[in-house]
Design a binder for this molecule. Sequence first.
Ligand SMILES: *Cc1c(COP(=O)(O)O)cnc(C)c1O
Length: 445
Amino acid sequence: MNNKPAILGGPQVRTAPFPKRRTMGEEEKQAVNKVMDSDVLSAFFGSPGELFLGGPKVKEFENNWARQYGFKHAISVNSWTSGLMIALGSAGVEPGDEVICSCYTMSASASCCFFYGAIPVFADVDPETYCIDPDSFEKLITPRTKAIIVVHLFGGAASMDRIMAIAAKHGIKVIEDAAQSPGILYKGKPLGAIGDIGGFSLNYHKHIHTGEGGMLATNDDEIAQKARMIRNHGENCIETTGVEDFSNFVGGNFRLTELQAAIGIEQLKKLDRYLKIRQELAAYFTEKLSAIPGLDVKQNDNPNNSYYMYPFKYHSEVIGLPRTLFIKAVLAELPAPSDFEDTALAGGYLKPLYLNPIYQKQIAIGKKGFPFTLNAEVKYNYAKGLCPVAERLYEKELLLSPLIREPLALSDVDDIVKAITKVVHNAAEIRAAFPDVDDSVNDYV
Ligand SMILES: *Cc1c(COP(=O)(O)O)cnc(C)c1O
């Protein structure tokens, strides 16, 4: 057998493409056609009345989601980015409030603060969960702290017990960004509404999707009411609510269509099956990778994980290759990915958010520094070095596989393992051929 690495001109471990993710079936097509036949593609009305809360498919989708995962309220939205804005508004966040955010996540998990004039303050992540570190959270609390946005990254759960205890002690609202962890329990409780409000993304790349979309979840009646108002021009309806506090009722149009809801109803039926497949593939991948020194998969022995992406850690000094070269060499052994969901191995995830220009320059809304200037006595710190754990994961340690997903079989996972093993065994030869490659360049995942 010719075991020369493919990156050095040897044969690939596998040339046949991996099975493609196929998200839409006959069920979704038929559901969409029924809505087409009805001609009512959205039934929402932005003024008081029966249709303020949307049409039949929107309501059915919300009721099904709430029932399936045990939420008192499920509120659909046109994206989870909209959902995050609504979550902050309905939690009562105001200009000048500080909101403690994870620095290691998709940008919207923090930039949602700007729409209410709040200031994101970044906490570091726990290297075991990749989610916000409760100690880092606690250290950042000030009298101005109004909320924390907890992100359940890659499909796992943050340390909610400790976060909830700290938040309760200081009267801080807890918002859960569970975009990557739908249908997952934390100690028996469904992620998304362990805190005050949270929710899920339904964009194309997520486990289930409606093209674009999202779902808020909460067990709090008042928060739910305000969220439904912000979703649909709430300023028109304040007087019908009976509330005295009119703050944060200004709304947008963040409504899901009947077409999307009809798709969502069918998608939701598939979620638990998708999760089970991913959990089985991930357990197998973990078992195989745990035999390879230099790869740290020990945090992945948790079956209660949605495996949106499969994360693990890389130790270049053990393997003997910079991470960028390792990824390149592994990918060379496998068929070229046609999209992100087809990618067997990626590195780093996303740059810690505070390193983006919006924080570096402290200019978000307008040109005068709003909202960073609202608390004149405070100078906000977004300097490199702020969150060393996230920086190390991003720059050196984190590996991700978005390919551990349905409809792969265990034999497909075997090929990924073979590719990784082959590169590990030939690391010295690969390094000798590429002596100049270092880790200074970070390609986005
Ligand atoms: C996908 C995602 C979002 C944004 O969701 P959209 O529906 O695309 O707006 C926010 N946070 C996290 C962690 C995500 O993965």
